[in-house]
Design a protein around this ligand. Sequence first.
Ligand SMILES: [Zn+2]
Length: 349
Amino acid sequence: MKKLFATLATTTLVTMAAPAFAEQCLEVTLTGTQGGPPVFMGQAGAGTLVRFGDTENGCSDVLLQFDAGRGTTQQLSKARVPVGRLNAVFFTHIHSDHSEGLIDMAQLRWHFNSAGPKLDVVCSNDAKSPAGHILSCANFVGSIGDALISSGEMAQRLVENPKRLAGGPADLMNAVTFDPTNDPQVVWQKDDVTVSAVRSTHVPGHASYRVDTPAGSVVIGGDAGNDARKPPRATSTSDQVETLSKNADILVHSVIHPVMGPDGSTGFPPPIYFRQSTATDLGSLSDRAGVGHLMLTHLIPPMGAARQVPYPIDGGGLSKTDYVGAVREGGFSGGVTVGTDMATYRITK
Ligand SMILES: [Zn+2]
């Protein structure tokens, strides 16, 4: 482990105190682990906070949020991260369960931080669905305050404080869009922290990300699944995410348990099952890619849920052991976090 000397204060007295060490750190917190739009026991919507810094500043040099589902603002407050301090938000896709938290975050940032800096919102370019409509992250970001503008709330807040940006929260957002590609491309950078992205299959425009820092690396897969949307295929996981995960210290990925599959008794719709990555296949991917630690999130079904609305789970609900067991079946022997809200994993160097 590489240790970094912190600056030692010069004093006139010679003390025998041990020199202060600061280690560089990468910390990953699952801000929300709910899988999909349902609610269960107050779980927050999908999201992952990635922070890099050193142990003296609580890993707080760079603060990045990946997806921002329901309740993300409150979850960030538990992690002592004001939305005004986030450097960037990244979206894997703009399904509401991954994105609706931005509305609240943007409003709060506009309310107290209109002087800036703007918040980078990184996501894919407009993507056309085979059904004909356009999935547009840029439109989502550009109209983030529209309901509040329509209601007169923005005008009221501007009267209360004219220093706020006149156009509302959208004026404080800086959309950074890109065309997701099979090979990793750098989409955001600050100092020693680099974020790369790949195309991955879920809905049009879905992307997966990798953060590389001097303390380590983390991949956020989102809801990625295999390009072949149903069997026969070698795996339910994304080949591009596997490439992105090569020797990553941490992989954060949405998961579905095999009990939801067509061989089980839940009656869960096969097309929805097949588009998610199974716990077993994520174990296999992690083993092949040399991942250090796997963090399962966006659990379908949630642990302890007697049903994935409206589909009943045999035995009244799955446990942590059920998820870890499915991962081990895939051949992964590294560390596993079965996601609960605010579960955190830190690595230092
Ligand atoms: Zn989702």
